[in-house]
Design a protein around this ligand. Structure first.
Ligand SMILES: Cc1ncc(COP(=O)(O)O)c(C=O)c1O
Length: 387
């Protein structure tokens, strides 16, 4: 063949989450604890707004940066919930957080730039950085209680470091960065004048109060805040989110967005305005109830795990079983018909865990967690809970 495709793709595989989920889908009667989306449907008022907008023919090309009315609503929402001061021209409406991350990374990175990714991490960061011909620098923080160790972070910073990606509460650990971790980040970001991408898509799904880096006014010009409607409003299939950044950066992100996607459908944006004023507290409450029930069960069964502070995932420690996380997940699937995500997909050090989901019907998932506990009892040796 004469034409050669982009060679960056040669070393890029489908995400491990996708690969394992496809394996699990082949098993009849499987209970999926693999899912990274709410078990709820999108609330009715949000859907109705989209229907009304369609009927009113709100189906024409949108302004690529996003409807002004939505960008205004986002600014008001973020002022009220996070005390952030941004103007509508500092907001870009994106195709979910995924679109926001893709557009942002392609805006800020030049070939050879380095982007620090704290592990464990959501699986899309590394390939997106690679797509931009930049270099992902992976820093595992799981051995430090999922918090920042200043010395280790300083060691990976070079003259090529352009940005750090932080995700708090984190997928897959559910752990939020502490004030102390954010103090370290703030210091280093200021000192080296780095961008920090705050992927805070779970910041409404928290079980305890926490510190957020995005609120730090002193590094406002360094912060690029990534948000999504997917998780809090059960809108994963609508593909809408937003990015907020200092005007100078936001203008360039909007430019990339205009060439990359031409914006988000206007009727979807109208629905998002309704979402921002929709009460979703019952969903958040349910994730917390699920978390309490599952952690209680695992503690009673003396199965070590990481107790999440937010999001809707829970890492089960499988190190007592002396199996890598793919072997564990495949064996668990074939013997018990319970599907979990191998921790290795989030970084090598999380191979000692599997990720489970709390965003499932608890009546179905609790018996599945019992099966996981039985499986660990069968193959592992009991160790003390460590988190
Ligand atoms: C940490 C994190 N960031 C971003 C996303 C992508 O969200 P969206 O559906 O808005 O693209 C996810 C989805 O699982 C996630 O866990």
């Amino acid at each position: 063949m004469k034409h050669v495709l982009n060679e960056i793709l040669l070393n890029m595989d489908l995400s491990g989450i996708r690969r394992f989920s496809e394996e699990a889908n082949q098993v009849e009667g499987v209970i999926r604890l693999t899912i990274g989306e709410p078990m709820f449907d999108t609330p009715e008022p949000i859907k109705q707004t989209a229907i009304d907008a369609l009927v009113a023919n709100d189906t024409h090309y949108p302004f690529a940066q996003g409807l002004l009315s939505l960008r205004k609503a986002v600014c008001e929402f973020e002022k009220k919930t996070q005390d952030l001061d941004y103007s509508p021209d500092e907001v870009i409406i994106t195709q979910g957080a995924t679109g926001g991350l893709f557009t942002t990374i392609n805006t800020i990175c030049r070939p050879g730039d380095e982007v620090i990714i704290l592990l464990p991490a959501f699986t899309i960061y590394k390939p997106i950085v690679e797509f931009a011909d930049a270099n992902p620098v992976l820093l595992d923080i799981s051995e430090d209680g999922f918090q920042i160790n200043e010395e280790k972070l300083r060691k990976v910073i070079t003259s090529k470091t352009k940005a750090i990606i932080v995700n708090s509460p984190n997928n897959p650990s559910g752990i939020s960065l502490s004030k102390q971790s954010n103090d370290i980040l703030e210091r280093i970001i200021k000192e080296h004048d780095l961008y920090v991408l705050c992927d805070d898509v779970y910041n409404q799904l928290i079980f305890e109060e926490t510190d957020f880096l995005v609120r730090r006014k002193d590094i406002r010009k360094n912060i690029i805040y990534i948000q999504s409607f997917s998780k809090p409003y059960a809108m994963t299939g609508w593909r809408i989110g937003y990015v907020m950044a200092d005007k100078e950066v936001a203008t360039e992100i909007a430019k990339v967005q205009s060439y990359g996607t031409s914006g988000v459908p206007p009727f979807v944006q109208r629905a998002a305005i309704t979402a921002l004023s929709t009460d979703v507290s019952h969903m958040l409450k349910q994730y917390e109830i699920n978390m309490v029930k599952v952690t209680r069960l695992l503690s009673e069964r003396k199965i070590p795990h990481v107790k999440p502070q937010g999001a809707f995932y829970l890492l089960v420690d499988i190190s007592s079983c002396n199996m890598d996380s793919w072997t564990f997940a495949r064996k668990l699937l074939s013997e018990t018909k319970v599907a979990v995500i191998p921790g290795e997909v989030f970084g090598a050090a999380t191979d000692r865990y599997v990720r489970t989901s709390l965003a499932t019907d608890i009546k179905i998932s609790l018996p599945a967690f019992e099966r996981i506990a039985d499986f660990i009892d069968k193959y592992g040796q009991k160790v003390e809970e460590h988190a």
